[in-house]
Every structure is written in structure tokens, then in C-alpha cells.
Design a protein around this ligand. Sequence first.
Ligand code: SAM
Ligand code: SF4
Length: 326
Amino acid sequence: MIKDEFGRVHNYLRISLTDNCNLRCFYCMPDEEYDFTPAARLMQTEEVEQLARLFVMEGVTKIRLTGGEPLVRKDAAKIIESLSALPVEMVMTTNATRIHEFITVLKASNIRTINISLDTLQPDKFLLVTRRNLFHRVRSNIELLLHHGFKVKINVVVMKGFNENEINDFIRWTMHIPIQIRFIEFMPFSGNRWTGNKVFSMQDMFSEIGTQFEFLPVENELHDTAKNFMIPGHVGSFAIISAMSAPFCNTCNRMRLTADGKLKNCLFSTGETDLLTPLRNKEDVTGLIHASIRSKARQLGGQFSGTFEMLDAASIHNRPMITIGG
Ligand code: SAM
Ligand code: SF4
């Protein structure tokens, strides 16, 4: 069992398969010219499996594949296949631009729930966020996943002045379609021009949704980062991830393995533990995993508290989101 000093059991591993991506979302990719990590410095197919197995032996019961964009990796299908042999719940976060190429692999895998990033329902705004003209592909791939019976969750990063006026359009989408919309508060990462006044908080979201819909809270699971809600009469639902206004560190069970094989014990941790080099040198990795989690800070990597309004993003030390794995 992997446990930290505060008694939190860590049984959920998020594995980033790559820091590369075919989109350029401005809140995720740094502004400056960005060099993707060369393939040799990334975990190779077998190394991903070896590390995942070690974590499972230590008590991990859920694995999320993420990135960058996990499906731009050439060996993504092989990795999905090999991890599907593990006795864990497998899920994935993707931008959905390549789902149509992977639908057979996904159907044969253990993955049943897929989170898809889509921050706007307007094609021109999609181009503004992602700098790529792939809105219709993403929409048709969402249909494809639903058609094949996958559970689909839509991740929407809500940014004040950009897409908060679409929140109720997303809610309307859940009327007849069994999807869950997850509204995420905008978080600060290196190079993403975050400022506190761009955060559209959970309270702001409640007010906006309340202008058009009635909604009721749904009981959360212990480790849920999302607060879940249902709208009477809708087949879908929505959730809010209040990472900035009401962080959920008390019940955190998550660890992140970056594509270059570094373990981050928190999304906002300043430090990271290299697992890939010792693995390649045939050294003990299990002890390093436990030591890393034991050193986890109580809240938000020890970098800030829950009052985001006064936060100076320049004072936060972290990688860009694309190199962490959301
Ligand atoms: N490429 C995949 C995708 O876009 O779904 C997986 C990787 S992406 C880094 C994972 C999640 O992190 C996405 O849902 C994205 O919206 C979220 N994310 C990225 N930057 C963020 C930020 N600054 N604040 C909040 N969420 C963010
Ligand atoms: Fe790529 Fe996902 Fe980041 Fe957008 S959010 S740039 S799709 S990794």
C-alpha cells in the first residue's frame, strides 16, 4: 500500500504517455517555442508496462492514460493492449482527434470511460483555443464513442471572458445525450498566462447555471475531485472541478508519472522523483515510489493555499501542464 504522512492511501496512477500533442491549447502549452522531449528520453513501451506493474503490485487499482495527447504516440495501441492485461480500472483523457483510428483497439481494451477535452461548442472558438481546425472531427469522434457504448465525460476548462457564456449550452447538451460535462476551474502552470481574475469559480458557475436550470447535488465517491450534479429531466449530468476555489487535497489518492519517467506526488509538486533511470539501471524503484509519496505536501504541493484571488502565478514552480499529464 502506498501511503503518505497524512494517512492518504495512493491507489490511482496517471501515466503521461507523451508531452507531444497535435493541438496547441493556450492554457496548457507554454507560449514560447516548445521542444517536445526526444523519444529516447521517454519511457519505452515495455518500460511503461514494467512501471505500471510495479505500481499495481503496490496497490494501484486505477490507471489513467494521458499526456500531452496519448494517442499521438506511435505505440499507443501496444501500450493500451499491454496495460489492459493488468487487474485495474483503466481510463483515458484525450483530445479525441484520433479516436476514429483507435476505436477497434479501444473496444478490445479495458478502457470503458473516456474523458475528452472540449472547451467550446463553437468551431471558430475551438480554432482560437487549440490553434487547429479539428472541431468537427472531435464532435464526430464523441458520437463514435457513444455509439460504441463508451462512457464519455467532457472536460471544459472555464476561463472568464472566454467561454463562461457557453456553460449553459454545454448543460443543454446533456438533455438527451448521456454525457457528463466536467467544468474545470482554470489552473496556473508555467507559461499559460494564468491570472486570478481569469478564474471562473465554482460559485460563479452555480450562479450562471442557476439562471437557466435547476440542479441537484449527487453524492460523491470518496476520492472524487469533481462535485457531481444532476439536472431533473436530463439523461446526462455535470460536475465541477473546483481546483482553485475549493481544492480537494484531503482525500487525494493520485500520483502522476510523466512521460520521461518522473514521479510527481502532486500536480503542483515542485520536486519529482526519477524512476526511469533507476529502472534502466536495474535499481530498486519501489522504495523510491514510497519515499516520494511519503514526502507529499498536505495541500497543493505546499505552494499555495486555497485563496487563489491573490495568487501570483510567477511564484509557482512547476512544469507546463502539457509535460505533467492532466
Ligand atoms: N490531450 C489530452 C486532453 O486534452 O484531454 C490529455 C492531456 S490534457 C493536459 C488533460 C486535461 O488537463 C485536459 O482536460 C485539459 O483541459 C486539462 N488542463 C490543461 N491545462 C489546464 C489548466 N491550465 N487548467 C485546468 N485544466 C487544464
Ligand atoms: Fe494537447 Fe490536451 Fe494540452 Fe490541449 S489540453 S494542448 S489537447 S495536451
